[in-house]
Design a protein around this ligand. Structure first.
Ligand SMILES: Cc1ncc(COP(=O)(O)O)c(C=O)c1O
Length: 381
C-alpha cells in the first residue's frame, strides 16, 4: 500500500498548537515537533473501533497494549522487559518533571547537555532543584558530548543526568561508544540516567540507535528509558508514553513521586499506541523515505541558497538546527516569521542568540514554499 505524504488536511480550527499560533496570518508553521501528515490508516481504524465501543471509563493499560510494547522493545531495541518494568505515562514532559521530583532534592542538581529540547531545562526549575548545563561541541562528525566538561560539571550534589538520544535539536544518533561512556559516567557518579528516546524510530541514516536499556547487571546505571509513539507516528495529541525502569527501587521512587499528580493514559492513547506498534511499520518505512528526501533537500538548499546560514547533517528526527549568525539578523525567529515562516527560536534550547530549529515533517511542497520564503527574505550579495 502506498501512503500519502504529499498532502495534509487543513489543520486550522482543529486546536492544533502548531497552526493556531499563526491563525489568520500567512505564516507557515515549521516549529513545534509534530508532523503535517495524516496518521497511518491502521491507527485511524483502531481509534475508530475504540470509539465505536462507546464506553470510555477509567482505563488501565490493556494486556494487548503491554504485549505490543514488550514486543516492540524486544524487536527494535533487543531489550527483554517485563510488564511491571513498564510505567505508562501521559507524556514524556511530565515524566521529565517527575524524574526531577523523584530523584533530586532541593539543593541538589540535574545535569544535561545543551542545546536541548526546552523542557529538559525547565523541569529542574519547576521542581525547585538546580540545573547544570554542559555545551555539546560541533565537530566534523556532528555534535559531540564533551566528557571532560561533564567531569568538571558533576559535583557531590548532582543526582540525575538527562540524555536526549537521538538528539533534539541537533539530529545526532549518538554512537554506541558515547552511550556506553554516558552509562559509565552515570554509574561512577551514582547518577540516575534519564534516556529520552522519543526520536529513536526516526533514524534517517543507517546508523544504529543505542538504547539506555542496552546496559544490564553490573554495567547498568539506574536508568529511566523513555519511549512514545507520539513523534514517530504523529500521535502527540493522544498523550501516551511508556517508560522502562528496570531497577525496582528506582521504579517505586519514580511512581511514588507521580502518585496523585499524573493522570492515567486515556483509552485512545492506548489504542493508538498499540495500533502503531503492531501495524504502523509499513507506513513508517514510507515516512522515513519522505523525511530523508526532505532532509536532503533542506541541506542542499541551505548550502546553496541561504547565505550566512549553516546547518548540520540530520541523522535522525525531522528537525534541523540552523546557525543563522552569519546573516547578521538580530532576531531571526521574528525576522523569518515576518517573512512568512514560523521557526523555533534557539534561545529556549539553551543556545546563544542566532540559532533556529526548523521542522521538516511536512509535505515536500510545504517545505519548498518555506525555504523559498526564507531565501527571498535574506539579502543576497
Ligand atoms: C526529546 C523530546 N522529548 C519529549 C518530547 C515531548 O514528549 P510528550 O509529547 O510525550 O510530552 C519531545 C517533543 O518534541 C521531544 O523532542
Amino acid at each position: 500500500m502506498t501512503y500519502d505524504f504529499t498532502t495534509c488536511p487543513p489543520r486550522h480550527g482543529t486546536g492544533s498548537l502548531k497552526w493556531e499560533r499563526y491563525a489568520g496570518r500567512d505564516v507557515i508553521p515549521m516549529w513545534v515537533a509534530d508532523m503535517d501528515f495524516l496518521s497511518a490508516p491502521e491507527i485511524i481504524g483502531a481509534l475508530g473501533r475504540r470509539a465505536d465501543h462507546g464506553v470510555f471509563g477509567y482505563t488501565v493499560p490493556p494486556a494487548t497494549t503491554i504485549e505490543a510494547a514488550r514486543d516492540y522493545l524486544h524487536t527494535r531495541h533487543g531489550a527483554e522487559v517485563s510488564a511491571e518494568q513498564i510505567v505508562w505515562f501521559p507524556g514524556l514532559v511530565p515524566a521529565l518533571n517527575i524524574a526531577c521530583r523523584a530523584f533530586v532534592q532541593p539543593g541538589e542538581e540535574v545535569l544535561t547537555c545543551t542545546p536541548v529540547y526546552p523542557p529538559f531545562l525547565g523541569a529542574p526549575g519547576n521542581t525547585g532543584v538546580g540545573l547544570r548545563k554542559v555545551d555539546l561541541v560541533p565537530s566534523e562528525e556532528g555534535w559531540e558530548i564533551d566528557f571532560d566538561a561533564l567531569e568538571r560539571a558533576v559535583t557531590g550534589v548532582t543526582r540525575l543526568f538527562i540524555l536526549c538520544n537521538p538528539h533534539n535539536p541537533v539530529g545526532r544518533i549518538f554512537p554506541r561508544a558515547t552511550v556506553e561512556k554516558i552509562a559509565e559516567f552515570c554509574r561512577r557518579h551514582d547518577l540516575v540516567l534519564v534516556s529520552d528516546e522519543i526520536h529513536c524510530d526516526l533514524l534517517l541514516d543507517s546508523k544504529p540507535h543505542t538504547s539506555g536499556l542496552a546496559f544490564r547487571g553490573a554495567d547498568a546505571p539506574r536508568t529511566v528509558a523513555m519511549f512514545a509513539p507520539s513523534k514517530t507516528f504523529n500521535l502527540a495529541g493522544l498523550a501516551c508514553a511508556f517508560l522502562v525502569i528496570p531497577d525496582p527501587a528506582t521504579r517505586s521512587t519514580f511512581e511514588r513521586a507521580a502518585r496523585g499528580i499524573i493522570t492515567e493514559v486515556n483509552a485512545f492513547g492506548y489504542a493508538g499506541c498499540e495500533a502503531a506498534l503492531r501495524h504502523g511499520w509499513a507506513w513508517h518505512r514510507q515516512l522515513i523515505d519522505f523525511l530523508r528526501a526532505n532532509r536532503d533537500r533542506l541541506e542542499t538548499f541551505v548550502a546553496a541558497s541561504l547565505p550566512g546560514v549553516r546547518t548540520w547533517h540530520v541523522e535522525a528526527t525531522y528537525l534541523a538546527w540552523l546557525d543563522v549568525r552569519g546573516t547578521g539578523i538580530g532576531n531571526p525567529a521574528r525576522f523569518f516569521e515576518d517573512h512568512g515562516v514560523g521557526l523555533s527560536d534557539g534561545i529556549p534550547f539553551g543556545a546563544p542568540p542566532g540559532f533556529l530549529r526548523l521542522n521538516f515533517g511536512c509535505p515536500p511542497s510545504q517545505l519548498e514554499e518555506a525555504l523559498r520564503r526564507m531565501a527571498a527574505a535574506l539579502p543576497h550579495a
